[in-house]
Design a protein. Structure first.
Ligand code: ADP
Length: 622
């Protein structure tokens, strides 16, 4: 080794990933080729972009391409690109350590099912290491585009804990990765095998992928282009097969699964652009955690030149699961992120892309309900964020929401507001819903009793985000949305007791209401006769403008100051427990407290003094 050679250990986490890759991942070994070609293609993209402002980077070598070759005697495969290349420091940063938090997250996400884990490898930005699935030694030689020939770098590792770095002379810019195949991986030494893998996984790569022409069974000096080498989205829709759309999706998303759906459009007019947007079938690992900050997988091209990952600029956060490309003819080629943010065309592009995705989801809901169900299960809660984020499309987003309801089967979230409206009772003016912590809590909630008894459907909103979300949605299609745990339900028009009958009941219950007020004192804001209850003795009701209890609880858990409003207790005077409060004066005080505490428990409220509650309950039982 020369004076600039050194041996360095991998970061501990990288070493762990490598160990896993070399020892556990046996399925779909061939993905290494896709991952390495994908890196080579990114390197060509980067160079083309940087050369826009600095044409001298190309140094006369303007035909960007990727070469794949095999040396049967040496038992190696080499993937070479004439893209941007790397400096020594970049090699250390990109290959020896992982700058992004990808590796750690990859390790955290690992499960016992190592087969499934193979699928994760690209997603976590550790694709390069897939080389070690088939190779027991990998040699990378690279030279950055603007560096002198003497500043090449040779990196080599057998994937076990350390790597060596050495300065080398590299006359050509770019990167070559040579895999020294493991003993039993001879199948990858067959050029036809590599060609068919490239056709399957990398056909859509926009740069030519070349392999040496076979002459008399031997590789020659001439090259064949083995892929289509035209950016997929620029081709006419009718000519693109589903498999090609799938392969392209996998390339940009690093997802191993097929996408759920996509929309591919060319728009001409005021703005000229092409978009190819995909909805994945599975959630990317970072969808919920951190996914809002650092979004990837939506690429901006200008006139076929890759500019940058621009998910934040092209779609709102609530559509952050979308992957794809947008290729604009109108943006300036030399856009930086800052310039991009101020560009008026961009705002238009963003709303156009948003519309495309919502159109796609609409279509899915209408024409492919099963796929829509998959979508909803995976991304429904993310889409809900749109109600607060995207005022202009609120109604369209609300149309896509699905919930369980008192008239649907089980906990499956299948009922839309339109379904609900379609079967509303004559005279019904509002859409009723309840929010709770989970399906059982919602379905068993006492607040629903009278509505159920009168055959009025109630939407059961059971996800944590729902309470918050409904704060942004007051009506849908002209119908008011009413939380059944809040305010007056106005049930008289829907078969509930008439105003006179209510007055009478209230009058008859004046005594017990007064007594409860005395007994509960400061604990409650009000005690009143309920119109909601048929079977249960009592429930808690919020004011129209109170924050929902689920939301209050979440904020408290998050350490926030929440103004605690005192609960209003509604009672069912016909219930035996309520009657007993009037007659059993020895236990009235305990019974009154129990009534309140039970109602609080049903709302998922943590009791202030659970021990006292248990004592009271036991005293009454024994
Ligand atoms: P990812 O590509 O998802 O970032 P990889 O492990 O495949 O993860 O690659 C790590 C990094 O190494 C890349 O982001 C890139 O910066 C660099 N790299 C890999 N291959 C090449 C290449 N052929 N040319 C230039 N840089 C490369």
């Amino acid at each position: 080794m020369n004076a600039t050679a050194e041996t360095r250990p991998f970061e501990a986490e990288v070493a762990q990933v490598l160990h896993l890759v070399t020892h556990s991942l046996y399925s779909h070994k061939e993905i290494f080729l896709r991952e390495l070609i994908s890196n080579a293609s990114d390197a060509c993209d980067k160079l083309r972009f940087e050369a826009l402002g600095k044409p001298e980077l190309l140094a006369g070598d303007t035909d960007l391409h990727i070469d794949v070759s095999v040396d049967k005697d040496a038992r190696t495969i080499t993937i070479r690109d004439n893209g941007i290349g790397m400096t020594r420091d970049e090699v250390i940063a990109n290959i020896g350590t992982i700058a992004s938090s990808g590796t750690r997250k990859f390790l955290e996400a690992l499960s016992a099912d190592k087969k499934a884990d193979a699928n994760l490898i690209g997603q976590f930005g550790v694709g390069f290491y897939s080389a070690f699935v088939v190779a027991d030694k990998v040699t990378l030689v690279t030279r950055k585009a603007d560096m002198a020939a003497g500043e090449g770098v040779r990196w080599e590792s057998s994937g076990t804990g350390e790597y060596t770095l050495e300065s080398v002379n590299a006359t050509e810019r770019g990167t070559s990765v040579t895999l020294h195949l493991k003993a039993d991986e001879d199948e990858f030494l067959q050029p036809w095998q590599l060609r068919s893998l490239i056709a399957r996984y990398s056909d859509h790569i926009g740069f030519p992928i070349r392999m040496p022409k076979d002459k008399d069974g031997k590789p020659s000096e001439e090259w064949d282009v083995v892929n289509q080498a035209s950016a997929l989205w620029t081709r006419p829709k009718a000519e693109i097969k589903d498999e090609e759309y799938h392969a392209f999706y996998k390339h940009i998303s690093h997802d191993f699964n097929d996408p759920l759906a996509w929309t591919h459009n060319r728009v001409e007019g005021n703005q000229n652009f092409t978009s190819l947007l995909y909805v994945p079938a599975q959630a990317p690992f970072d969808l919920l955690m951190g996914g809002r900050d650092e979004r990837k997988g939506l690429k901006l091209y200008v006139k076929r030149v890759f500019i940058m990952d621009a998910a934040e600029q092209l779609l709102p956060a609530y559509l952050r699961f979308v992957r794809g490309v947008v290729d604009s003819d109108d943006l300036p080629l030399n856009v930086s992120r800052e310039i991009l943010q101020q560009n008026r065309n961009l705002e238009k592009l963003k709303s156009a892309c948003t519309r495309r995705v919502l159109d796609l989801l609409d279509k899915l809901a209408k024409d492919e309900p099963e796929k829509f169900t998959t979508f909803w299960k995976t991304f429904g809660n993310v889409l809900k964020e749109g109600l607060s984020e995207d005022f202009a499309n609120k109604e369209r987003i609300a149309k896509l929401l699905r919930f369980a309801s008192t008239k649907s089967e089980g906990a499956a979230q299948t009922v839309s507001f339109d379904d609900y409206i379609g079967r509303m009772k004559a005279g019904q003016e509002s859409i009723y819903f309840i929010t709770a912590d989970g399906y059982a809590a919602a379905k068993g909630s006492p607040q629903l009793e009278a509505l159920k008894a009168n055959d009025v459907e109630v939407m059961l909103m059971v996800d944590r985000i729902d309470d918050w979300m409904m704060g942004y949605l007051n009506e849908y299609a002209g119908k008011k949305l009413r939380n059944v745990a809040k305010g007056d339900l106005e049930l008289d028009k829907l078969g509930g007791a008439s105003a006179e009958a209510r007055k009478e009941t209230e009058k008859a219950a004046e005594g017990v209401v007064k007594k409860l007020k005395e007994l509960l004192g400061e604990r409650v804001r009000e005690v009143r006769v309920s119109t909601r209850l048929t079977d249960s003795p009592a429930c808690i009701v919020l004011d129209e403008h109170d924050m929902g209890l689920v939301m209050q609880r979440l904020l408290k858990q998050a350490g926030q100051d929440v103004p605690t409003s005192k609960p209003a207790l509604e009672i069912n005077p016909a219930h035996a427990l309520v009657k007993r409060i009037e007659t059993d004066s020895a236990h009235a005080a305990d019974l009154a407290l129990l009534l309140l505490e039970q109602a609080q428990l049903l709302e998922g409220v943590a009791l202030e003094d659970p021990a006292a509650y248990v004592r009271r309950l036991n005293a009454l039982i024994c």
